[in-house]
Design a protein around this ligand. Structure first.
Ligand code: ADE
Ligand code: ZN
Length: 326
């Protein structure tokens, strides 16, 4: 369709993508086989059939299980490289991607194995595909702040290749305030800060992410529209929201795409942006997220372009880098 052609033609930046969430069943089977791991599924079709979720936690359980087959540096390289070649074909020219070190270190895979594989793929994409990148290390919020401190410590030898810190996993019952001290310590190390907030959790968690963690972007933030003072704060301080529409439908954060808050957010002057979150699990990379949103909400060409421009504006590229990319 014409809309798909337009979206394909727009250079895009992806700011909310979990590398472990880009793990396609085909690659999962291939890596399981070479690592002699038996998956609890007998075929790629039966894996895909299991991807039906009623909430964030049901997804997370399957997402962490899938990551268990990743053992060696080459596995992390292959995972990252598959994502980068895919988005390259969709005219994504800049990525700021998350990885969850604790998903791997908790089961005995060393931090350096994980990050070296990821970093090698990102560097290759910079050279071969002209994709620029930043790397964000997320703390798992269902684990303790002490465990996050250990992760911070493990990251320090790789400080030069990690740009920022994120906070993800089970939101309800794990408010941003739980990670106050480790975010403060992370900022002292020079890391930029973001956090998932207001995906399933309340607008209060977005306030906490801003006031207590001092983040510069909010991942998701869907729930902000219930709080007028918060909307004003986001607009006044130019705090971007990295929204993930197909994720929101898949995890029942919203019931239907035409209920997605992104159009209202743009109207209110919020720097709203669109991304894919965990595309292997939710069935859509960047272009599909733009397409489904634009179609369901009847977005104008101007609004679609605004979403793409917002992502470059909210990215961590320098002004000179931005001019080079758009
Ligand atoms: N980890 C991967 N995807 C996530 C999401 N959408 N919310 C919280 N944690 C996640
Ligand atoms: Zn996410």
């Amino acid at each position: 369709s014409q809309l798909k052609t337009i979206i394909q033609g727009i250079p895009k930046a992806e700011l909310h993508l979990h590398l472990e969430g880009s793990f396609e069943p085909e690659l999962m089977f291939e890596i399981a086989k070479r690592n002699n791991i038996v998956l609890p599924y007998d075929s790629i079709e039966s894996v895909k059939a299991a991807y039906k979720f009623n909430n964030l936690q049901e997804f997370l359980d399957i997402y962490y299980a899938g990551a268990q087959v990743l053992l060696y540096e080459q596995d992390f390289f292959d995972l990252t490289w598959a994502y980068l070649t895919k988005v390259h074909s969709e005219n994504v020219v800049h990525v700021e991607v998350f990885f969850d070190p604790q998903t791997h270190t908790e089961r005995g895979v060393a931090f350096d194995i994980v990050i070296n594989g990821i970093h090698r793929a990102l560097e290759k994409a910079k050279t071969d595909l002209n994709i620029s990148y930043k790397l964000i290390m997320s703390y798992l919020r269902h684990l303790s702040e002490e465990a996050a401190f250990e992760t911070l410590k493990a990251s320090l030898p790789f400080k030069d290749i990690i740009d920022g810190i994120g906070l993800d996993s089970s939101e309800m019952g794990n408010p941003p305030s739980k990670f106050k001290e480790v975010f403060k310590a992370s900022a002292k190390q020079g890391y930029k800060l973001v956090a998932h907030a207001g995906e399933e959790g309340p607008a209060d968690y977005i306030w906490e992410a801003l006031d207590i963690l001092k983040v510069v972007r909010i991942d998701h933030g869907n729930r902000c529209l219930t709080d007028g003072a918060l909307v004003k704060r986001l607009v006044d301080e130019k705090i971007a929201l990295t929204l993930c529409p197909t994720s929101n439908v898949a995890l029942k954060v919203i019931q239907k795409m035409n209920e997605h808050p992104v159009a209202k957010m743009l109207e209110k002057g919020i720097i709203a942006t669109i991304h894919s979150d965990d595309p292997a699990y939710f069935g859509g990379y960047m272009n599909e997220n733009y397409y489904q949103t634009a179609k369901a909400l009847n977005l104008s060409l101007g609004q679609i372009q605004q979403l793409a421009i917002n992502a470059f504006e909210a990215s961590w590229m320098s002004t000179a880098e931005k001019e080079n990319r758009i």
